[in-house]
Write a protein that binds this ligand. Structure first.
Ligand code: PMP
Length: 287
């Protein structure tokens, strides 16, 4: 992925994609002092850019560092990176990390670096293709207690659990993993929040130890606009047989139906399809 054309914004200047390399003694690499964002640009406009930028800044503060740019500077940098790379439909990846000036667990002398990379990411499959749904394996690893890890931060270190879970799921032939929280209740997939349709209502776990996704909140609003009842609550995996539909929501996943979790099958249905279409219309400004 590192050997390609294009430019990456790095601390206020553009560098060629291939030359955007950092030192092996970077604190972010050794101690995971890194936070990032995942955004999507639709038709030249980054969806909910300011919310993502605010979350990026807040993710850094939770880890104890201040990213040395204002929200406006970061928004402008994201837009300029899209423009300089000649893209309109793209994924946007800002990442901030502590540099290599000091080695050790505590490293207050390090500088905080910020880079922004963008790459082409057209529309996913059409609604019909996506309606087939994805297959999730139950993860062995759980989302940690919020006093064990900085779970409200989109912190690189937390993705170690996601990578292990997703790779294990893929080894079993599944597409992704469904993760439980530290108590054993349903939490989220490795890169998207989860929704369960029960008795015609849209239920979703309370985000007490994982990201309260921007897409999650958008989908909850869309459901309410359709007069659907939205319920945030603790959901135990024993309740899965009660769900008539299951879907995931995230910037990359958008709204993606689920056809299986572990040994439980689901049939993507009308509520999922409605929310997929409403989300597509909203991000593509047809709504
Ligand atoms: N959970 C995890 C672990 C994620 O990586 C993401 C994607 N950022 C989400 C949830 C969904 O968040 P958002 O809708 O803000 O992209």
């Amino acid at each position: 992925f590192d050997d390609r054309d294009g430019v990456i914004w790095w601390n206020g200047e553009f560098r060629p994609w291939r030359d955007s390399k950092l030192h092996v003694l970077s604190h972010g690499l050794h101690y995971a002092s890194a936070v990032f964002e995942g955004e999507r640009c639709y038709g030249g406009e980054i969806f909910k850019l300011r919310e993502h930028t605010e979350r990026l800044l807040q993710s850094g503060r939770i880890l104890g560092f201040e990213i040395p740019y204002t929200a406006q500077q970061i928004d402008d940098a994201c837009n300029e990176t899209i423009r300089r790379n000649g893209l309109t439909n793209a994924y946007v990846r800002p990442i901030a990390w502590r540099g290599a000036e000091e080695m050790g667990v505590a490293a207050k002398a390090t500088t905080v670096q910020l880079a922004i990379a963008v790459w082409e990411w057209g529309a996913y499959f059409g609604v019909e293709q996506r309606m087939k749904g994805v297959n999730l394996a139950m993860a062995k690893w759980r989302r940690p207690h919020p006093e064990t890890a900085p779970t409200a931060s989109k912190a690189a270190g937390l993705y170690m659990i996601g990578t292990m879970s997703k790779e294990a799921a893929m080894d079993e032939g599944a597409d992704d993993a469904m993760m439980l929280d530290w108590k054993g209740d349903l939490a989220e997939a490795t890169g998207a929040n989860a929704f369960f349709v029960m008795d015609g209502e849209v239920h979703t776990p309370k985000p007490t130890c994982f990201l309260d996704g921007i897409t999650r909140r958008t989908v909850m609003d869309l459901a309410r606009k359709r007069q659907m009842k939205v319920v945030e609550r603790v959901i135990h995996p024993d309740e899965l047989p009660k769900a008539s539909e299951v879907f995931l929501a995230g910037t990359a996943a958008e709204v993606t139906p689920v056809r299986r979790i572990g040994t439980q099958d689901f049939t993507p249905g009308a509520i999922t399809e409605t929310l997929m279409k409403d989300y597509d219309a909203l991000v593509n400004r047809r709504g």
